[in-house]
Design a protein around this ligand. Structure first.
Ligand code: IFM
Length: 456
């Protein structure tokens, strides 16, 4: 059967500043928490850092040509806060601004719409030194001021903004209790409540950031939050298991304390009951600030969990995956394509936000790519993965859910955080020794899909 997407469907790819730019000390860029964290022995696999990465800062024009060759009309990128505000505050760094203007103008000249994330984890080290980054409420106001400066400067050419990428990852994975966190800034805190306080501050940053973008934008714009909420997939699509998946959606991962307040204005009561005295302190007015009107939601989806109805206190069970369950090249990257469909359905059904357009802001996988003697990368496992997730996207569209686009993660291999360069998520292979870019089989396959508007 032909799986055709509607004509306006936005096909794209995504990257993030720290993962590709390199040029960490060029053009007056300040240090980010990821520079500091990755320089510490033992934090990153093989001692890798983002200091050079894909050298996109210098090679951006060739990378834009690659995007054009792929045929995407939409590209998601992020801005490095410390490249624009080296100490986190104060006036814009002209060299940093010049770089992003060149990059964005290069996209527009190629007929590609920039979708810009203001924050993808690389916060200024100066703010870490000043007050401990997300441990402080001050971070929310500093983010909003950064948003104001950036949107004033770039809002003449950018109309698609995203505030923060994956709050869970830079808060709950960056601050830990009784363990060294795997993400920057890598701070141990005293209690789970302290960890939840960091994500609460990030939500405030999102809310104040939305207000700042709207006030500063010289033209109407679209604002989105990007979240990697955990989709609960009913084991069988029958009313009892669907109801169980809906209940579980509140309490799995950090859903109840991130996507719920952002989209409904309330932390999930089920989560708050679970957290008890470990829930974050919420000041009067915070929830109103957090619950801003949005034009869209970005859903980063890679995997999910299966749930079934059960005779337990909560009425459901989250099922453990068997040892042999299919998985791509990350410990958590289990193949659960239905999670894309059910995630979107939960936004409509469980969060009661059928009005809110959703786009897939990231989907993709790491694979154990090899270059053949002929110089090809035959990443058939990646194509297999992508095809199934796109089928789930098609199902969502066909059933009338407001899914507007799909941004494949990632345009190219890049710095995969704690896994360094060991894990490759790109549809373009990077030979890090030479910085040569080699489109993989998945690149050629995706190009054909985009051209046809179909899953091929
Ligand atoms: O590489 C990351 C990205 O920065 C955020 N979302 C998940 C990707 C794969 O782990």
């Amino acid at each position: 059967m032909t799986l055709q997407f509607p004509p306006g469907f936005q096909w794209g790819t995504a990257t993030a500043a720290y993962q590709i730019e390199g040029a960490a000390q060029v053009g007056g860029r300040g240090a980010s928490v990821w520079d500091t964290f990755s320089a510490q022995p033992g934090r990153i696999l093989n001692g890798d850092t983002g200091a050079i990465a894909c050298d996109h800062y210098h090679r951006y024009a060739a990378d834009l040509d690659l995007l054009q060759a792929l045929g995407v009309k939409h590209y998601r990128l992020s801005l490095a806060w410390p490249r624009l505000l080296p100490t986190g505050r104060g006036p814009l760094n002209q060299a940093g601004l010049d770089f992003y203007q060149r990059l964005i103008d290069g996209l527009l000249a190629r007929g590609i719409t920039p979708h810009v994330t203001l924050f993808h984890w690389d916060s200024p080290q100066a703010l870490e030194d000043c007050y401990g980054s997300w441990r402080s409420r001050e971070m929310a106001q500093d983010f909003a001021d950064y948003a104001t400066a950036v949107v004033k400067a770039l809002g003449d050419r950018v109309t698609h903004w995203m505030t923060l990428n994956e709050i869970f990852c830079f808060t709950h994975m960056g601050y830990g209790v009784n363990q060294v966190p795997v993400h920057a800034p890598g701070t141990r805190v005293a209690s789970l409540k302290d960890v939840w306080q960091t994500s609460h501050h990030a939500l405030l940053a999102h809310g104040l950031g939305c207000q700042a973008i709207r006030a500063a934008s010289p033209q109407p714009c679209q604002i989105a939050l990007v979240d990697n909420f955990l989709a609960t997939v009913p084991l069988t699509a029958t009313p009892d298991h669907i109801a169980a998946a809906q209940k579980a959606f509140h309490t799995v991962g950090t859903n109840g304390g991130i996507i719920f307040p952002a989209l409904t204005g309330e932390y999930s009561p089920a989560l708050l009951a679970q957290l008890g005295d470990q829930a974050p302190d919420i000041q009067p007015g915070d929830l109103e600030t957090i619950h801003q009107p949005l034009e869209a939601l970005g859903f980063n989806v890679y995997s999910g969990v299966y749930v079934r109805a059960a005779d337990t206190v909560v009425g459901y069970e989250v099922l453990p995956l068997p040892v042999g369950y299919p998985r791509l090249h990350m410990p958590w990257l289990h193949l659960v394509p239905e999670s894309l469909y059910w995630g979107i359905r939960h936004i409509s059904m469980t969060l009661q936000r059928p009005d809110l357009p959703v786009f897939i802001s990231e989907n993709g996988c790491a694979a154990q790519d090899e270059v053949t003697a002929e110089g090809e990368i035959l990443d058939l496992d990646r194509i297999h993965y992508l095809r199934q997730y796109l089928q789930a996207a098609h199902r969502a569209v066909a059933e009338g859910y407001p899914l507007t686009g799909y941004f494949l993660w990632s345009l190219m291999d890049n710095f995969e955080w704690a896994y360094g360069y060991d894990r490759r998520f790109g549809i373009t292979y990077i030979d890090y020794a030479t910085q040569q870019r080699i489109p993989k089989a998945s690149f050629h396959w995706y190009k054909q899909c985009i051209a046809a508007g179909q899953i091929l």
